[in-house]
Design a protein around this ligand. Structure first.
Ligand SMILES: [Zn+2]
Length: 203
């Protein structure tokens, strides 16, 4: 894994003060990633407290331009992000790994194509498959490498996604799962239902 800690600084937020770490990869840019020097990707870790060690409260989160920046009600990404930062702040210790990969790795343009298919009656999983993508492209090796760089040994992972737990463990990070449901708008109800019934997310 070609991963470099590129920069870091204080980052005061509505949830308190974090440190932001930016990592760069030397791999070709994935679909939807922010291109850096033509080919590399940038990913982020938000850190609070001393996280070197065990049992660290953590979240691995994929970027969502429509939800987090535009406030879209088609998904619950922004609420999940806020809830994760809030939980870390209340505990005073934790890591949020923020992977810059839109639409679970398929890119913004394809995510919006998938939305168009959903408007025609397909659910989020069917829509991705119809566009020729697997259900989930997230890169757990990358998240594990970032956690290792920060000295994190084991995590309490805020997620409802068993595949995320398995993926991170396969990448070498022992995980204890903590459920992470948030109140979502009714627009996201179908999307969340598909996550439960088709992607094995735990209620
Ligand atoms: Zn989203």
């Amino acid at each position: 894994m070609d991963l470099t800690r590129y920069s870091e600084a204080r980052l005061p937020t509505a949830h308190g003060e974090f440190r932001i770490f930016v990592y760069r990869t030397g791999r070709p840019a994935g679909l939807g990633s922010t291109a850096v020097n033509g080919a590399d990707e940038e990913h982020v870790a938000l850190v609070m407290g001393e996280v070197a060690g065990d049992d660290v409260l953590a979240r691995v989160h994929s970027s969502c331009f429509t939800g987090e920046v535009l406030g879209s009600h088609r998904c619950d990404c922004r609420a999940q992000l806020d809830a994760a930062m809030d939980r870390i702040a209340r505990e005073g210790r934790g890591v949020l790994v923020y992977l810059v990969q839109e639409g679970r790795g398929i890119g913004l343009g394809n995510k919006v194509r998938a939305y168009a298919l959903q408007d025609q009656g397909h659910d989020t999983v069917d829509a991705n498959l119809q566009l020729g993508f697997d259900v989930d492209h997230r890169n757990y090796d990358l998240a594990a490498a970032i956690l290792r760089d920060l000295g994190v040994h084991t995590v309490r992972l805020m997620t409802n996604n068993p595949a995320k737990v398995a993926g991170l463990e396969a990448a070498g990070v022992p995980v204890r799962q903590e459920s992470h449901w948030v109140d979502a708008s009714e627009h996201a109800a179908d999307y969340l239902e598909a996550k439960k019934t088709k992607m094995g997310h735990i209620a």
